[in-house]
Ligand binder design. Sequence first.
Ligand code: PHE
Length: 457
Amino acid sequence: MTAVRSPIHGQWSSRLAFILAATGSAVGLGNIWKFPYTAGENGGGAFVLVYLLCVALIGIPVMISEVLLGRRGRRSPINTMRELAGEERAPGPWFLLGWLGVVAGVLILSFYSVIAGWALGYLVRAASGAFTGIDAEGSAAMFAGLIGDPERLLAWHTVFMVLTVVIVARGVKSGLERAVTIMMPALLLIMVGLFVYAMGTPGFSEGVNYLFAFDMSAIVNRPETVLDAMGQAFFTLSLGMGAIMIYGSYLPKQASIPQTVVVIALADTLVALLAGMVIFPIVFSNGLAPGSGPGLVFETLPLAFGQMDFGVAIASAFFLLLALAALTSAISIIEPLVAWLVENRGMSRVLAAATAGIVIWLLGIGSLLSFNILAEYTVFFGRTFFDALDFLTSNIMLPLGGLLIALFAAWMMSRSSTEEELAVTERTRGAYNVWRFLVRYVTPVGVGLVLLYGLIQ
Ligand code: PHE
């Protein structure tokens, strides 16, 4: 019964390489850009609590399932699902789960690249000393200037997509593995440094309190908070669209999946919480509004950088690392489609990466225009094109994908298959049973209810 498929796009050289790559995928704009602004829009603490619960009770078990499916299938998510469905005698249409992920990936990367472009634009501003002595109004004006200029946004979006395509075209191993080894620790170091700075600001305790004080009324007043928090958990952990599945397909057989996943989830959560504990103290110290939306990080951090010693160097390093963190996520978002084009369309990796890149680049133009020319144009319940894509992918498609992944691992695969893939021993049987219970019952019921509720709203 043992599946002996070998990976066809290469393999990570070690468990550590997988941890770094998957952490590179998880840690990105979701942690530093999206987490603070979504928390801010949802009033802080209540959102954070639900988000943390979702990471622990749903995110980690689903991530274990997604890596498990990937490593067992050893193909692009579409073909992995096809193979596994056949092997486990599950209904054929399960392969559509792979397609759901590919479509979600195309949609996500189209706007993700635009935001990553903001980070690139800010890198230039940081390096030229534009933040020095800036005040809250100046900072807001600088941000408005950037997003109000479609040509500049298009230029940065293009640069970012080209970088993504070039790395993906070169294959998994050579570029990527090495890059993440250096970048991830550097990013963490700067975040800790910024945290130390934030501790010295007058708004520190207010900021931290905002982030961690659980206030039930926030949820009662805005029940969508729960959907936002769940969506954030899936988005930040890169779950539900096949990115983690395909990275799992490059994982060597000996590596322990559960331990690896816990390390990745903890690292990701740590970066998000650090980002929050940097941003909100600066927000409150400068009398800014926490709920100001996607510009939050870009409007607040320059205030801090503009005041500190070596601010130009630190700010430049920060935006460089933010762009790089986005890049290590972007390559994982595009990889399922690229792998499928190679497997099923006989394309070379280079052609596959370029094809996927062009489609995504075109779609991204819609998002970048929704910050200026098309800002008044709403496509989906009063949302701009960008907001609609973000909502549809993070809050609907990723949770749905994650739910289906959990259902497949828990109900379609035989117990012996999952036990084998997770290398369960007498010592780890208890933990296995906890995982199985969570994916069998807690994930489907939890995600199902929140999704249903969200759709009714
Ligand atoms: N996890 C990434 C981030 O937080 C985004 C991402 C989503 C990556 C889905 C892969 C898949 O920035």
